[in-house]
Design a protein around this ligand. Structure first.
Ligand code: HEC
Length: 162
C-alpha cells in the first residue's frame, strides 16, 4: 500500500467513526424527548384489520381522523376517533351506531350541517364490530389529560378545567 492510500484509508475510517458517534448521541438525546404515539388499541391485530375494512367501507374517514388518517378532500370537523374508547364504552357506541337519530343521544355540538349519520340500516354484526373496535381505542396515561382537554375544547369551544 502506498503512503497516500494509507492516509486516505485512515481518514475515511476516522470520518466514519465520528459520524457513528454523532448519530449515537443524537439517538440517545431523542429517547428522552419522544415518548411515542399516545394512542393504542387493545384489539388483536386480526380483529383491528377486519374492523378497519368496515371503517373504510362505511366512509367513516370521510369525516373522522383515526391513526392520523383522514380524507383530506372532506372538511367536516368531526372529532378524531383516536382514543375514543376512553370517552364512550362499547355498549354506548353500539347504541349510537344503531340510533335512527344519533343526535338524540349526543346532541350535535357542531354546526347542524355537520352531523354524525345514522348507521341503523347497516347489518347488526357490522355495528357490533365497529362498536367493539372503537371502544378498544385507548390513550396512554401520560397523554390522557391532554386528550380530554383537546376533545372538550374542540367540541364545546370552551376552556377545559379539571
Ligand atoms: C358525514 C360525516 C360523518 C361520517 C361519515 C361519520 N361520522 Fe361519526 N361523527 C360525525 C360528527 C360531525 C360527529 C360529532 C357529533 C356531534 O355533533 O357531537 C360524529 C361523532 C362520532 C362519534 C362520537 C364522538 C365523540 O367524541 O363523542 C363516534 C364514536 C363516531 N362519530 C364514529 C363514527 C364511525 C365509526 C363512522 C363510520 C361507521 C362515522 N362516525 C361516520 C360525522 C361523521
Amino acid at each position: 500500500m502506498r503512503k497516500g492510500e494509507k492516509g486516505i484509508l485512515i481518514l475515511t475510517a476516522a470520518i466514519v467513526i465520528v459520524l457513528m458517534v454523532v448519530q449515537g448521541v443524537r439517538l440517545s438525546m431523542q429517547k428522552g424527548k419522544d415518548p411515542g404515539i399516545p394512542f393504542y388499541t387493545t384489539s388483536s391485530h386480526e380483529f383491528a384489520r377486519k374492523a378497519s375494512v368496515l371503517y373504510r367501507e362505511y366512509s367513516c374517514r370521510d369525516c373522522h381522523s383515526l391513526w392520523g388518517i383522514k380524507n383530506i378532500m372532506n372538511s367536516v370537523p368531526a372529532p378524531s376517533l383516536d382514543g375514543q374508547g376512553e370517552f364512550h364504552d362499547e355498549q354506548w357506541l353500539y347504541k349510537y351506531f344503531s340510533a335512527k337519530n344519533p343526535q338524540a343521544m349526543e346532541p350535535s355540538r357542531l354546526k347542524p350541517k355537520w352531523q354524525m349519520p345514522s348507521y341503523a340500516d347497516i347489518p347488526e354484526e357490522d355495528r357490533r364490530m365497529l362498536a367493539k373496535y372503537i371502544a378498544s381505542l385507548k390513550v396512554k396515561d401520560w397523554y390522557l389529560e391532554q386528550a380530554k382537554k383537546a376533545r372538550y375544547e374542540k367540541l364545546t369551544g370552551k376552556e377545559y378545567k379539571k
